[in-house]
Design a protein around this ligand. Structure first.
Ligand code: NAP
Length: 283
């Protein structure tokens, strides 16, 4: 079987162009520009890179870059005051608090200050409830990116047996819910699942977000299944995923590489969420 490699960069580029076009139309018709407020607390080098990439992508899409940088010793009250100010500012469509926050800050309490209409990471308790109920709201970016990739490759979700490995609030759990709303038969595998290889081998679509390099190989995958690898790890100076890519060539029907698979989709979906947030606030 020839395995089709899913090119996440190409799909992400398509989404960015689509969002940039829609942002220009929104700005033209409303006289206001969607704005993304990123909040970085401290000087963690990896977080600085992530935030810089998000800001650059936003600017390239015509979204106003409204960045706030707070010192690493900022107090909980101070961070909350900043979030509340951005929440009340009509120029701010979306608010993103870069995680992880420095020790001593209560991330959940800070995130929950973001109104659901501006929650472009989809991580507040309210957004989680809206997702659970399949009501209008903003969905977490990486799980949305996985769905966009599957749709772009016309991989049917309705009725498909989907296994999601991982149940984090950021990836596995929201992804399982999104798949359920798309009428898949969804099973979540986690660290306490018994006979997890047998469960994974049932999947028509296997999405892996376990955070363990090379966890998944041919023995976990039904022949002809689609395999989406969310994991990202730097191993020996190279980026690797949770899936042993080479083992699945000629075995899976569709497969995402790392890098160049799910990774580029996350920022593209953040841009899409920022536009959606602006539209929700105009409605
Ligand atoms: P996480 O919070 O550490 O969650 C990992 C999940 O995997 C947990 O639910 C855990 O189960 C489960 N798990 C761990 N070992 C397992 C095993 N042996 N078998 C089955 N399940 C197992 O990680 P995350 O934030 O979801 O991230 C997962 C990976 O995706 C990481 O590599 C991360 O870097 C990457 N990621 C990539 C993007 C992107 O943009 N591409 C975005 C976010 C995350 P328990 O709940 O039982 O502990």
């Amino acid at each position: 079987m020839a395995t089709r490699i899913i090119d996440g960069k190409a799909t992400a580029d398509d989404v960015r162009v689509e969002v940039a076009t829609a942002v220009a139309a929104f700005t033209h018709s409303t006289g206001t520009t969607p704005g993304l407020a990123t909040i970085l607390v401290g000087d963690d080098p990896a977080s600085e890179v992530y935030v810089r990439n998000k800001r650059r992508a936003a600017s390239a899409a015509g979204i106003a870059d409204l960045h706030v940088h707070l010192p690493g010793d900022a107090a909980q009250d101070e961070v909350i005051r900043v979030v509340d100010k951005l929440a009340a500012d009509p120029a701010v469509s979306g608010i993103l608090v870069q995680l992880p926050l420095p020790d001593g800050l209560d991330a959940a309490a800070i995130i929950d200050r973001i109104p659901w209409q501006k929650d472009v990471d989809g991580l507040t308790t309210t957004s989680a409830g809206l997702l659970a109920r399949d009501q209008i709201g903003l969905r977490p970016c990486t799980p949305s990116g996985v769905l966009t990739l599957l749709d772009a490759h016309e991989i049917p979700l309705a009725g498909a047996e989907v296994v999601v490995v991982g149940r984090s609030e950021l990836v596995g759990r929201p992804l399982a819910q999104l798949m359920l709303h798309r009428h898949s038969t969804v099973t979540t595998v986690h660290s306490r699942t018994r006979n997890s290889s047998d469960v994974m081998r049932r999947a028509d679509i296997l999405v892996v977000a376990a955070g363990i390099p090379g966890l998944i190989g041919r023995e976990h995958v039904k022949k002809g299944a689609t395999v989406i690898d969310v994991g990202i790890h730097r191993v020996g100076g190279r980026l690797r995923g949770d899936v042993r890519f080479d083992e699945l060539l000629g075995h899976a029907s569709h497969l995402t590489p790392v890098p160049g698979g799910v990774g580029p989709m996350t920022i593209a979906e953040l841009l899409r969420n920022t536009l959606r947030a602006a539209e929700i606030q105009r409605a």
